[in-house]
Design a protein around this ligand. Structure first.
Ligand SMILES: C[S@@+](CC[C@H](N)C(=O)[O-])C[C@H]1O[C@@H](n2cnc3c(N)ncnc32)[C@H](O)[C@@H]1O
Length: 238
């Protein structure tokens, strides 16, 4: 199995750079989040009683945004980086119904410390660091931790089905960064799509392979709920 400690996310400076700059280089991040929250509001019949898990929560932005519309009854935030979890706790505060768990996905798979089920499991921009075999194991783990009727919504980068499509998607991503109003920072951030491609920690798989994996595990309503270039929102329900 791969190891979180060997990835760049184990480096606090790398994690801090993401927190500082993600808003400028991640296309339509807020819109993807809004779609995931809309999914939640539409499909969770008892949203106020819901137990929510965020895998690779980063600094807790998704849980904070979700809580503004639909405060969950219980929120569990998992990340392999202590610095990220500390930033999440700073954002969301210390409350009885919010649980912070420092654990890598690999640790969840090898000795699962989570004993509860969830009505909604979210993950954004974290699972693409796992090779396909481990993604499949994590998707099966997610399925096992969903209560009947529970949903999994995943926002992540995916591997385009051909090189020529990938070249185009990376060029529209660069264009998106180029149009960002923060001119001073965008020049530096224009290198992000190439850094993304060159970083061996990033092992995205095609959307088709991941949707097929979800279906094989038993998820229902498996679909891509939104897509822009290499960024996709997809998932399924139990
Ligand atoms: C790009 S950030 C995304 C953070 C947050 N989900 C967001 O969308 O703002 C990726 C996060 O996943 C975490 N992460 C990456 N690989 C992980 C792993 N194998 N196990 C646990 N967390 C991981 C990193 O520490 C980081 O906080």
């Amino acid at each position: 199995m791969t190891q979180f400690e060997k990835s760049r996310w184990a480096d606090d400076d790398f994690a801090r750079n993401f927190r500082d700059e993600a808003e400028i280089y991640l296309p339509f991040r807020r819109q993807f989040m809004a779609m995931a929250i809309s999914f939640y509001g539409h499909f969770l019949t008892q949203a106020s009683a819901a137990r929510v898990l965020d895998l690779g929560c980063g600094d807790g932005l998704f849980m904070a945004e979700l809580s503004r519309s639909f405060p969950p009854a219980q929120a569990t935030l998992v990340d392999g980086s202590a610095a990220m979890l500390a930033a999440a706790e700073k954002r969301l505060g210390t409350r009885e119904n919010i649980h912070y768990l420092l654990a890598s996905f690999q640790e969840l798979l090898s000795h699962d410390p989570i004993t509860t089920d969830f009505d909604f499991i979210h993950s954004s921009l974290a699972i693409h660091h796992l090779p396909l075999a481990e993604k499949k194991r994590l998707y099966a783990y997610i399925y096992r931790h969903l209560a009947p009727g529970g949903c999994f919504v995943h926002h992540d980068v995916v591997l385009p089905p051909s090189d020529k499509l990938e070249k185009w998607y990376l060029s529209v991503w660069r264009q998106w960064i180029r149009e960002h109003p923060d001119a001073a920072r965008r020049e530096k951030l224009l290198t992000i799509p190439d850094q993304y491609k060159g970083n061996p920690d990033n092992v995205p798989d095609t959307l088709a392979a991941q949707l097929a994996a979800l279906q094989e595990i038993g998820f229902h309503d498996v679909d891509c709920y939104g897509k822009w270039g290499i960024f996709a929102l997809f998932g399924g329900s139990r």
